[in-house]
Design a protein. Structure first.
Ligand SMILES: [Zn+2]
Length: 229
């Protein structure tokens, strides 16, 4: 009993150490991209030229019974929307990372901590626990592609992103069906924050439109996720 308890304490600490290392590495890589590699886009991204690429992979989680959080088909509308909005606003082509398929079901079942996550400001605490470790070990690729995990439920939200400090975003069963949530969360992953105009893609609520400001183009195109290759 005592041994189990100390094991779980060690695991908790290990999850925290891993999360700090993951975040620190990503902050350094992001700063290098924004200030050196993507400097042209950080300053003149509003020119929308030349074309850049954003690679994404959507993984649908399964619970311990093997049930998927949502059917693959349900994501088609939001993928189409994200592709259109990013092409129009940023001259960025959204592509599937690996195998030319946007959506796959994770073969292994997922822990309950990853199926039911926190949203909003509390999401950061999950990054230091089992959910954060699980998402980190199931990424489609490191640093450049954005992996989208479709979970069962996000507390108080239908989608969530930690911004550039992680390589993934989450959608829940509600967010997967809403047209603009995927594009909105991907925009967060590429460095954009909320804006209070309903016409803007970064408006926090689902009745948002898809416009962006010129400076949002600079920030988006300066992201490490948005590449020329
Ligand atoms: Zn948001």
């Amino acid at each position: 009993m005592r041994k189990n308890f100390s094991m779980s304490g060690a695991e908790k600490l290990w999850n925290i150490i891993k999360a700090i290392a993951r975040i620190a590495v990503r902050i350094v890589i992001e700063i290098i991209h924004r200030s050196i590699i993507n400097l042209f886009d950080s300053l003149f991204g509003f020119l929308n030229w030349p074309k850049k690429k954003l690679r994404i992979k959507i993984f649908i989680l399964r619970d311990q019974h093997g049930d998927q959080s949502c059917p693959e088909k349900e994501l088609e509308v939001s993928i189409d929307h994200a592709r259109k909005v990013f092409k129009k606003n940023f001259n960025v082509e959204v592509m599937a990372h690996r195998k030319n398929v946007f959506v796959e079901v994770l073969p292994n079942t997922s822990p309950v901590e990853a199926l039911h996550v926190k949203g909003g400001r509390d999401a950061l605490s999950d990054e230091f626990k089992i959910a954060g470790s699980f998402f980190a070990s199931n990424l489609s690729g490191l640093f450049y592609p954005v992996t989208v995990f479709v979970v069962k439920n996000i507390e108080g939200a239908s989608g969530c992103s930690l911004g550039p400090i992680s390589d993934y975003v989450t959608l829940d069963t509600v967010g997967a069906k809403q047209t603009s949530v995927l594009a909105h969360e991907l925009a967060h992953a590429c460095g954009l924050w909320h804006i209070s105009e309903r016409s803007n893609l970064l408006y926090p609520y689902a009745d948002r439109h898809d416009e962006v400001k010129w400076w949002q183009k600079n920030i988006f195109r300066g992201s490490r996720h948005v590449t020329y290759w």
